[in-house]
Design a protein around this ligand. Structure first.
Ligand code: AMP
Ligand code: ZN
Ligand code: FE
Ligand code: FE
Length: 281
């Protein structure tokens, strides 16, 4: 079983529509793909409709934006009840704050770069969750940078004067919220020193484990060898499962579907504990 449990569609900052993601998953030889858009489930239905045609099973999820003492942490949440009011409200609050934050970043950028808010809205297309990648796309379209990564290395970087924070959930509360919604939380790229300078301390993951965290991503391209070893040791110490994923974003990033996988026994546990089934091919 080839399970890639963490991928993004154009409903957040991926470039493939949900149905196209399912086609790409079939081409990559996956049996199961996880659709985990940032702070939204807007792609679930379109992806589910593509299951019979592609023969790929769908693991429904989301990647929830969290922050602990100003340090960003992404929490994958699987198979939660989409009608749970508390979780839906939290996701809506992050999306609203993301939109506000993107506007403020564009206001700052517009002094020095030839972009406007309508440019970013156009680049965001059918996304319901706006992120820096959409601003990057507007900067690329304006000719200021050759690709998303160049814009991220420049004015979109976290330390840049153009950077603005958005509201995010406390990760321990988020684990409890996901569990109360019948979902299963897994920490995304917990030791991604390639993407952030400051990492969430081990103690926070211990508190998350108490609140229902099921696993840590270990195999992820944003982890270097030391990061993988640290994530593996931390998961062992906290008796958590170990996952792996591509974090595919379509053409927006080099990540390729299936480059890292989730072990089948972890998926079995997530299905066992989750409120929803996998949409099976
Ligand atoms: P945001 O969620 O708006 O803070 O933007 C962060 C998102 O941008 C993450 O989900 C990453 O997947 C994406 N991202 C980060 N670095 C890059 C990069 N160098 N190129 C393309 N996308 C990136
Ligand atoms: Zn992303
Ligand atoms: Fe992430
Ligand atoms: Fe992701």
């Amino acid at each position: 079983m080839r399970i890639d449990p963490h991928a993004h569609s154009s409903r957040s900052d991926g470039t493939d529509a949900p149905a196209a993601l399912m086609v790409a998953a079939a081409r990559a030889g996956l049996d199961v793909v996880g659709l985990t858009d940032h702070d939204t489930i807007a792609g679930w239905d379109e992806a589910a409709d593509a299951v019979p045609g592609t023969g790929v099973s769908l693991l429904r999820g989301a990647e929830i934006s969290c922050a602990a003492d100003g340090i960003t942490l992404h929490l994958l949440a699987y198979l939660f009840d989409p009608a749970d009011a508390a979780l839906a409200a939290a996701l809506a609050r992050v999306r609203d704050s993301r939109g506000e934050r993107a506007r403020r970043m564009v206001e700052r950028l517009a002094s020095d770069y030839p972009i406007t808010w309508p440019d970013v809205v156009e680049r965001a297309g059918d996304a319901v969750s706006v992120g820096r990648p959409h601003i990057a796309d507007a900067l690329v379209a304006a000719g200021s940078f050759p690709h998303r990564s160049a814009a991220f290395a420049g004015p979109l970087a976290a330390g840049s004067p153009y950077y603005v924070h958005h509201w995010a959930l406390d990760p321990v509360e988020a684990c409890a919220l996901v569990r109360r919604a019948g979902g299963v939380p897994v920490a995304a790229h917990p030791r991604a020193s390639r993407r952030q300078r400051r990492l969430v301390p081990d103690a926070t993951f211990a508190a998350m484990a108490e609140a229902g965290l099921a696993a840590l991503e270990v195999d992820h391209r944003d982890h270097d060898a030391a990061g993988r070893a640290a994530a593996r040791a931390l998961a062992a110490e906290l008796e958590l499962g170990m996952s792996g994923s591509s974090d595919y974003h379509g053409e927006g990033k080099p990540n390729r579907l299936g480059e890292n996988l989730m072990p089948p026994d972890l998926l079995a546990r997530i299905v066992d504990e989750g409120a929803l089934p996998v949409v099976s091919a």
